[in-house]
Design a protein around this ligand. Structure first.
Ligand SMILES: Cc1cc2nc3c(=O)[nH]c(=O)nc-3n(C[C@H](O)[C@H](O)[C@H](O)COP(=O)(O)O)c2cc1C
Length: 166
């Protein structure tokens, strides 16, 4: 079985427990790399052609009404994989539009998708239900949601989830 961890994650200013701080390794990335290591999966990081602003408020503003987003290596497809861990931060109660674009650009028939998300407090928001409505013919397994600030402190919960879904 071929498995892949594909994710989007951002660095720069972020709201950390209500305060603006600069982070140089995104929370979703930290979680994605743990999942990849534990499952022996390949990794693919989604990177926008036009980087998101490092300024938190500017990023929030851009993300609010964003349409589809051009990303680097848009020829990358999930075709070679059976199981795809799909990771993202919760943005505006769902996933960032770069992730929506990646979902739209791929054929998910026969794939197993295992979503994971980091957030400030809102878990997946409507992200899991939007995902279910956006992919045709895939099995979507139970997702894993964790607060960004807790991604280095959730190993037991992560292991228990991986045992259930993988
Ligand atoms: C544009 C934007 C919108 C966000 N919207 C939400 C939200 O609706 N709910 C929530 O719980 N967290 C929200 N957050 C916080 C992020 O989900 C959280 O900090 C996440 O762990 C960041 O992951 P990253 O470091 O991998 O980018 C938002 C952050 C940004 C930058």
């Amino acid at each position: 079985m071929n498995s892949l961890v594909v994710y989007f994650s951002r660095v720069g200013e972020n709201s950390v427990n209500g305060k603006i701080e600069v982070i140089e390794k995104g929370y979703t990335e930290i979680l994605a790399l743990q999942i990849a290591k534990k499952t022996g999966s390949h990794v693919f990081k989604l990177e926008p052609v036009n980087p998101y602003p490092r300024d938190y408020q500017e990023c929030v503003k851009r993300a609010q009404n964003e349409g589809f987003v051009d990303y680097l290596h848009d020829d990358f497809k999930v075709d070679d994989y059976d199981v795809i861990f799909l990771g993202f931060p919760n943005w505006w109660r769902s996933y960032p539009r770069i992730v929506a674009t990646f979902i739209k650009n791929n054929n998910w028939i026969g794939k197993t998708i295992i979503p994971f998300c980091t957030n400030e407090e809102g878990a997946f928001g409507i992200g899991e239900s939007e995902l279910k409505a956006s992919v045709k013919g895939a099995i979507i397994k139970e997702g894993f949601a964790e607060r960004g600030t807790n991604v280095t402190n959730c190993e037991d919960k992560l292991d228990a989830w991986l045992k259930r879904v993988f």
